[in-house]
Ligand binder design. Structure first.
Ligand code: FES
Length: 109
């Protein structure tokens, strides 16, 4: 079981770091993981790339899969977008992401 756990660090909107342990064998995404830890990420659309309430910034140099057209379109209409912006719900937890660091983007409203 332990080989299917990775560590992800999430900075909240106050800059406080949270060390999360993430299972990689359950098909979860980063938005769902953050929610399960009680971090303030809404995930309003349930992971459909339709709301951008799971907007995060990728702070480490991990090679993530390229965003889909749906993700890019959603980020296009999101606020506070930076070159390292991604939608957390589109980042599937995989072993390669061990040590990933992300930051929660500011809320748009
Ligand atoms: Fe809605 Fe990610 S949860 S876009």
């Amino acid at each position: 079981m332990s080989e299917h756990l990775i560590r992800i660090t999430v900075l909240d909107r106050k800059g406080q770091a949270h060390a999360l342990e993430a299972p990689t064998d359950l098909g979860l995404n980063l938005m769902e993981l953050c929610k399960s830890y009680g971090l303030p990420i809404k995930g309003t659309c349930g992971g459909m790339a339709l709301c951008a309430s799971c907007h995060i910034y990728v702070m480490s140099n991990h090679a993530l899969p390229k965003p889909s057209d749906d993700e890019l379109a959603m980020l296009d209409s999101a606020f506070f977008v930076q070159p390292n912006s991604r939608l957390g719900c589109q980042i599937r937890l995989r072993d390669e992401l061990d040590g990933l660091q992300v930051q929660l983007a500011p809320e748009s409203e």
